[in-house]
Design a protein around this ligand. Sequence first.
Ligand code: NAI
Length: 712
Amino acid sequence: MIAPSPTSEKAIAVTPSARPSVTFVPADPSGVARIVIDRPDDPVNAIDVRLMEDFAAAIAAARAAAPRGLVIASGKKNQYVAGADLSLLRGGTPQSDIEKASRSMQRVLNDLAALPFVTVAAINGPALGGGLEIALACDTRIAADAPNVRVGLTETRLGLIPAAGGTQRLPRLIGLPRALDMILTARQLTPKRALRAGVVDEVVHPAVLLQAAIDHAGRDKKRKPRGGATAVERVATYFAPARAFALRQARSRTLAETRDRYPAPLAAIDAVAIGLAKGMDAGLDAEARSFGELAVGETGRSLTALVMLTLRQRKAALEGLGKPRSIANVGIVGLGFMGSGIAQAAASSGLRVRARDRDAAAVAKGLSTIRELTTDAAKKGVFERREAARIIGRVTGGPDLAGFRTADLVIEAVFEDIATKRRVIGELEQVLRPEAVIASNTSALPIAEIAREARSPERIVGMHFFSPVHKMPLIEVIRPAGADADAVATAVAAAIAMGKTAIVVGDGPGFYTTRVLSTMIGEAFTMLAEGDSIEAIDRAMTEFGWPVGPLQLVDEVGLEVAGHAGETVAKARGIAAPAIVSALVAEGFKGKHKGGGFYRYDGRRRTPNPRVRELLGAPTHPGAGDIAERLTFTFVNEAVRCLDEGVLRSPGEGDLGAVLGLGFPPFLGGPFRYADAQRQRIVTGLERLAGARGDRLAPTESLRSRRPFFSL
Ligand code: NAI
């Protein structure tokens, strides 16, 4: 039942309001009554204890009034119920209380489902987690055809499972295969997709939503869900041998994907399986028990903490900065791989984009990438097709700076070359209005260096996007020492407007993310020279929970780009830059799509490149200790150093940057949360490594100090 609410932080401090969160509105002349959900202190109707109690009372009132039909609507504009209030899961809440909360929500929804008249959910906004579970307990679901309407059971993203009947009612409604897919992927469906999947029964224009729901409530007959739309779905749901097969497949796929580190998906499969085999009551019981266990487990707590950090960051990112200027027009210079992704993200968030590249051919190529990204997203259901056409229509481009005069923010994404970037800034300064902000999307070059020859360097900041831009949720905003506070705030606001999480970091080689990543990758190069094999290093890291191994990552990013970032960071830290990358580049090994790198690629097959060992020479220290710990501890140590040096403002931003930008294993919550949990092990490990392999590995003072980074 839990799903993120952007206000869960604020809600904790709010004193209970006199107005109830849920009200019963007696029947109109047509005989249809309403229950209206409108939590006074929360804009997204997050479910808290009070809302649950008021909901129970409203259902009792409806039962007593015995109308012909009942509509469950939201009193908020464009908001249904975005899930449960995460403050229910504050650290320290005992497992038994969490389990109890799940059981009482289940009871309320069982009462709703058992009402003897037709119930209809009128979904006018996000119906996520507990919000969708409310709608699932109704007989019929009508959704408004509006861009903000989404339905989904998103709990596994938090390391939890739906726990207000979602694991029971969804498979009974749409069949086991589709239900498992929705629950295990935490997918959010647009109204049209929800209709196709059978989650909602009708999609109507937002203006007539309430009337349509009232009509259904007055007209429909009570009916039982059938277990899916097709015979195949119904067989997979209710015919035991077919169901066993589907569940077995889901379990093995999940195990392969989660490597047993994320217990929630398997627990969700179990709750679904128990419910279908032994009945709804047994299923609900399994749901509630698992929910309690998962919520207090380390993984559930880490993932929930990350989601809370992410929600809090929408406000926290702007703290201590100036006043953001309003942004309607964005300029992009350099419509290559990154520039086209950035342009597409900006246009998707409603901004008008004017782009510039060196010649018409480069512009045309960029614009066609933007079209492709947009139509692909529409195909995947990120937004509807009409919206795709509007997004594409917002981007224009040309080979000069025509149209840049109205830009509020310009993002440059030209080659990673300081002279080119300086030249571009010089040209921009000729045409931009004085209040326009210039952001550089560089991977590692210090912004102050890029801005050195500028006429007004104070309006130049960094906006470090991650690739691929449409998938990656983070933007690292870089604040050089002399930057105008309003300019930094404007870049942060633009990042948030693009739907990304923004962290604000200090200027310097590699900022935060590239610095920690390059330091860790540099250590991997050292370990290669010591004698660990390419495969052993990469395998150890993926087994530990990283999405890719460091050497494979270098191949994917490209050896020149990674080498350049590594050199920049190593120089600043006063450590030796690894020679292996430049040696490989010199022999034409430049990356996965550029002649191979640490691996050789033959179609889909990948084998370690034997030249690496030859270039490195004989191993210097064969058979060193735990590979994944050495690399991960190096990462943590460098992250802490960034906090000590003021590159990072807070441990929370450090965790967000590492997990959302670099794939630090999310189940550990981020380097700072991991440091709090495993302080002793990390400090001793680093001390031992420093003794054996050099001072660069010595734990920083604040790691040694044992003062926790987070209070809970
Ligand atoms: P790219 O080579 O795909 O694109 C660069 C584009 O800039 C090309 O289309 C080129 O024609 C254009 N360009 C070059 N000079 C220009 C000028 N004077 N005026 C107008 N356009 C010009 O490179 P990519 O990968 O998109 O990288 C761009 C920037 O983004 C670099 O600074 C890079 O370090 C940074 N970056 C790259 C990431 C990646 O994963 N590729 C990740 C984060 C940042």
